[in-house]
Write a protein that binds this ligand. Structure first.
Ligand SMILES: Nc1ncnc2c1ncn2[C@@H]1O[C@H](COP(=O)(O)OP(=O)(O)O)[C@@H](O)[C@H]1O
Ligand SMILES: [Mg+2]
Length: 347
């Protein structure tokens, strides 16, 4: 079952399309990461899913309810931790949570013990009687989490929950997000922290200019960067092995090549090879290590980059003894998928 489904979900502000026919499926009890540059339409999407604004067209089904027809049922199912903490500054952590509990009609006998349990879970009990205005950024985030969890939401939206937090507090929140998910909650995490998304999320969607431009598991997204160049790499390596007797083990090692950082060791680094590499249009930087290893950064956005660079080496008589590359990161996927759409927009 899906916790969230959207069908051609669209939001138009006046004449501007902020979210364009979004089709999204977020399976129940998973952690979904929403990535996208500023102005991509993430917050607008979340606002539609949390019934803060109405879609212009299309449908959103949250926990089985249509946001248009059953907004009250949807609101009961979800918790929201906004980027800007929206608690009452002059009330204490406890009082803010009590207000939230009362809003959701939590039984008063149960209310305070439930809040105390949550405070313990996120480790903020020591500040229960402090006003929000007296708390640090991380403490505010924790207070906000307690308030948003008090009605036991099945679906939790977190908008940049760890932005500006110190590394230790970040880890505490990451553990908490995992715990909440283990407990059966679906989590929608908006973040600019690629490492955070890579580590926590089951699935990731990249949104750009209102469109979903990529959707997969973090590993699937990273592999997709490799796949687009795999065939060409294999072909080029066959060519190399025929021409320069590269060991077959080298070929296997490079099956999972990334094109970001290319590094190889030649039998002999003659000046001709180095100069030709320097002049190759795909080579962004070149560095020769003390042991003679040549480390290149190449423009992998171009499909011809790898074969072109390797051909340069071969045509100068270079004999490759070993070759290696670095795996792409989610950040690479993000930059590639958002730059492609921008280019399409311009065309
Ligand atoms: N109330 C509004 N009226 C008009 N335009 C808006 C409104 N809210 C957002 N936008 C525009 O819609 C686009 C998407 O905004 P938003 O969803 O906030 O992006 P994100 O959260 O991904 O940074 C932006 O170009 C923004 O300027
Ligand atoms: Mg936003």
């Amino acid at each position: 079952m899906n916790a969230i489904e959207t069908h051609n979900l669209t939001k138009v502000y006046n004449t501007f399309t902020a979210v364009n026919s979004l089709n999204l499926e977020i399976p129940d009890k998973t952690i979904f990461g929403m990535l996208g540059p500023n102005g991509a339409g993430k917050t607008t999407t979340i606002k539609m899913l949390t019934c803060l604004i109405q879609p212009t067209s299309g449908e959103a089904i949250v926990g089985g309810y249509n946001v248009r027809d059953n907004p009250d049922e949807v609101r009961r199912l979800l918790g929201m931790v906004p980027q800007q903490v929206s608690l009452y500054k002059d009330l204490t952590v406890m009082e803010n949570s009590q207000l939230c509990a009362d809003y959701y009609g939590i039984n008063p006998n149960e209310r305070d013990s439930r809040i105390e349990d949550l405070m313990e879970l996120v480790d903020i009990k020591y500040a229960r009687d402090k006003r929000i205005s007296q708390l640090s950024g991380g403490q505010k985030q924790k207070a906000s989490l307690v308030a948003s969890l008090v009605h036991k939401p099945k679906i939790l939206f977190l908008d940049e929950p760890t932005i500006g937090l110190d590394p230790t507090t970040k880890r505490v929140l990451w553990d908490l997000i995992r715990e909440l998910n283990d407990d059966g909650r679906t989590i929608i995490l908006c973040s600019h922290d690629m490492h955070e998304v890579d580590m926590l999320c089951d699935n990731v969607g990249i949104i750009n200019t209102g469109n979903l431009v990529a959707y997969d598991t973090p590993q699937g997204l990273k592999d997709s960067l490799l796949d687009s160049n795999k065939e060409e790499i294999t072909e080029t390596l066959h060519q190399i092995s025929a021409e320069s007797e590269v060991k077959t083990s080298t070929m296997e090692d490079t099956e999972s090549l990334s094109l970001r950082k290319l590094s190889f060791l030649l039998e002999d680094n003659n000046e001709n090879i180095i100069n030709s590499l320097k002049n190759n249009e795909f080579v962004k930087s070149i560095e020769i290590a003390r042991n003679g290893r040549i480390n290149l950064r190449i423009d992998y956005f171009d499909d011809n980059a790898v074969s072109n660079v390797l051909s340069t080496v071969l045509s100068c008589g270079g004999v490759i003894k070993s070759i290696s590359t670095e795996e792409p990161s989610l950040e690479d996927v993000f930059i590639k998928s958002t730059s492609e759409v921008n280019e399409n927009d311009r065309a």
